[in-house]
Design a protein around this ligand. Structure first.
Ligand SMILES: [Zn+2]
Length: 292
């Protein structure tokens, strides 16, 4: 599948962070603050959405129809990225809900091509359980992990560009303690606990990430306003009736004090918290800007 090229993405290079997700709005859960912190420091943040989210909800029928939802959600993500200071997002336009049916080598090589073109120093994707078991999230996790190895192998598909090995790989972590807090707050304000729709493929006790697996905790409370504005840019997904927007703002703020991650490469000692890692760019030199 041809990968869209965007003028802004051509700016990416050794100072890039590539975040590979499945749906427009996946960046909002547990990562937007940490990515924004990197963008504020001059890092080119590039989001990839493997689908255009056309199987998602439509919060208000005046916003989209099932036929127009893909384009509307692409525009919502573009708006969110503009608000966050990210590059224009890249869409692979695979079927929403159908990523696990895509030939794995094809999905992997799409990500290989992006890694070789954008030369990111940091790559981020979902954890192996997709956070909450979404099959699309799990598929893009496996594709990205496989792509990282293949992108650095000069004998693999040299037609996709010169080999490149990113410095670091992270996966998203939704600490179980955080999920419990969100659900307790929802119940307190009269909403049902988060059900994660009808796509959950794992048990309730497997949701999220055990807190002791988290390696990297990024403080993001100070980035609340811009991050929350970017979430609200996904208007078809977060309408006025969304529980996330119905709880008092200070409650939602309390959920987003930190963004948490597990670093898979370089792999730290098992169970080790990395106290020196206060963001996803920790330990790397900030990119030089020719036009600061
Ligand atoms: Zn998703």
């Amino acid at each position: 599948m041809a990968v869209d090229r965007h003028e802004t993405n051509d700016l990416a290079g050794p100072g890039a962070l590539l975040a590979v997700f499945a749906h427009p709005d996946d960046e909002e859960f547990g990562t937007a603050g940490a990515l924004l912190a990197c963008a504020d420091r001059g890092v080119d943040v590039v989001l990839v959405s493997a689908t255009s989210g056309e199987a998602g909800e439509i919060s208000d029928p005046s916003l989209a129809t099932p036929e127009t939802l893909a384009g509307v959600r692409e525009d919502e993500l573009k708006t969110a990225c503009t608000l966050l200071g990210f590059a224009e997002p890249i869409f692979l336009r695979y079927p929403d809900g159908g990523l696990s049916a895509v030939e794995p080598d094809r999905l992997r090589d799409d990500v290989v091509a992006l890694i070789r073109r954008l030369q990111p120093r940091v790559v981020l994707t979902f954890d192996a359980n997709g956070g909450y078991g979404h099959p699309d999230h799990i598929a893009i996790h496996h594709a990205t992990i496989a792509a990282l190895a293949a992108a650095g192998d000069p004998t693999h598909r040299p037609d996709l560009g010169a080999h490149h090995i990113p410095d670091k790989l992270y996966v998203t972590a939704y600490p179980r303690s955080g999920i419990e807090q969100v659900n307790a707050d929802f119940v307190r304000y009269g909403f049902p606990p988060v059900s994660f729709g009808d796509v959950q493929t794992i048990g309730a006790d497997e949701l999220g990430t055990p807190d002791d697996r988290v390696t990297t905790i990024v403080p993001v409370a100070h980035l609340w306003e811009r991050r929350w504005a970017s979430l609200r840019a996904h208007r078809t997904q977060y309408g006025a009736n969304s529980p996330f927007l119905q709880v008092p703002e200070e409650v939602a703020r309390s959920w987003l004090v930190h963004d948490s991650f597990v670093r898979l490469h370089p792999r730290p000692e098992p169970g080790a918290r990395l106290p020196d890692e206060s963001d996803l760019w920790s330990g790397l030199p900030l990119p030089e800007r020719s036009n600061p």
